[in-house]
Design a protein around this ligand. Structure first.
Ligand code: HEC
Length: 179
């Protein structure tokens, strides 16, 4: 079943510091990068990403995600486990609007940010979400230190997927886990 997830609002502007170079490097894990590539293949074949994906209604979002977004919350089977996945298509660029994304959903697609529910023990304290950021072609984006963004990213750092999602209320780290 596919349904659109409503956005939760940023209540405050966050003040975040940069993690050290050493910390940043440690975040790229070969297994996570490999898993992210496998996940992309499945998401693409299910039409949750890629130019022929199912198009959720675009809406206006908040930074750092695209100014206009499409979000799918659905279930997907990876490695024999059928679990929750949230796929956000982030659109940016000049003159972008809900209408322009609706009319041409691939023109200004900047990135896909994905949360996928891993098995227990993967990252229990953050509800076992696997985080990844891909470009429109399915290549993993990199953080400023050159580490590919895939895994429980960037766990323990002041800045990154988990830090911000927790700070903004962490609703998706809790309530969106139910199917
Ligand atoms: C600075 C804060 C911040 C950072 C960093 C961040 N997010 Fe988000 N994210 C949000 C907010 C706020 C929302 C709610 C929708 C909106 O308004 O953008 C959201 C929504 C999402 C959603 C849609 C599901 C939902 O809960 O609404 C996904 C998927 C997602 N983020 C993935 C990621 C991934 C993957 C990363 C890291 C590459 C990341 N986010 C980094 C703030 C952040």
């Amino acid at each position: 079943m596919i349904k659109q997830i409503s956005a939760f609002a940023i209540a405050t502007v966050l003040h975040v510091g940069a993690a050290s170079a050493q910390e940043m490097k440690a975040f790229e894990v070969d297994e996570d990068v490999a898993f992210a590539m496998k996940l992309w293949t499945v998401l693409e074949s299910e039409k949750f990403v890629g130019p022929n994906r199912i198009h959720a209604q675009p809406f206006e979002g908040n930074p750092p995600h695209g100014g206009i977004q499409q979000v799918l919350g659905t279930d997907v089977n990876v490695d024999g486990r059928t679990v929750r996945v949230l796929v956000k298509a982030n659109h940016g660029g000049e003159g972008i609007s809900v209408e322009s994304v609706y009319d041409n959903p691939n023109k200004n697609l900047g990135a896909y940010t994905v949360m996928f529910k891993r098995e227990n023990g993967y990252d229990d304290e953050n509800q076992n979400w696997f985080w990844a950021k891909y470009n429109a072609k399915g290549e993993l984006d990199k953080n400023p230190k050159g580490a590919k963004i895939a895994g429980h990213f960037v766990k323990g750092a002041e800045k990154g997927c988990i830090a911000c999602h927790t700070a903004t209320g962490g609703a998706d780290l809790k309530t969106l886990t139910e199917k």
